[in-house]
Design a protein around this ligand. Sequence first.
Ligand code: HEM
Length: 183
Amino acid sequence: MPHVITFAGGESGAWRVTAMQQVFGPVLEPVTQLNITQSSERPPQPATGWALQGLISNLRYAERGEVVQLRNRQEGLGRQHARCAALIPIKKSQAWWDLAQDERRAIFETRSHHTAVGLDYLPAIARQLYHARDLGEPFDFLTWFEFAPEHASAFDDLLARLRATEEWRYVEREVEIRLERAG
Ligand code: HEM
């Protein structure tokens, strides 16, 4: 079993929740802290709060030129100055999953410019995408971002641009959890 990442919302963890906003669909129970763990097994669901799980998977849509640009521009997670983070779990609609791969790529990049838009915010925003759909999780994706406090408004701007795209018409559940390093 590849390593499963678990984002556990509760009352302990290295990240303090500063805001939780339901963007689309049902809410997640409000929590005050977020604990992140990696394990080769899927840990049980906690008695209080919630635990969302995902895996790093292969790329679906990025083409060679984009992969090269991303590698040249992006920085990794865990940077000292990146004291802010966001966990944004997302579920897309059945209509999205019913499309063929080429139709999804056309919406994702040709018409919504997801990667092109995102590249404007690198390296300030560091990111990691986790796939959750094939684990039978309530969300399809867990998206994670880290940035310095001075880039928080740029991150807001990025969210507004992505949410205005055709791709986001297929998002049926999205929760935005904003965090800062505890202690
Ligand atoms: C920081 C700049 C960003 C960049 C450079 C970026 C880039 C990418 C790339 C290249 C992929 C495709 C991976 C693949 O080929 O499978 C992707 C997927 C995805 N991104 Fe972003 N992204 C950014 C920001 C965001 C934000 C802010 C969100 C959420 C609000 C987000 C949500 C997603 C989701 C849900 C997917 C999976 C889409 C799917 O497979 O249907 N991304 N991103």
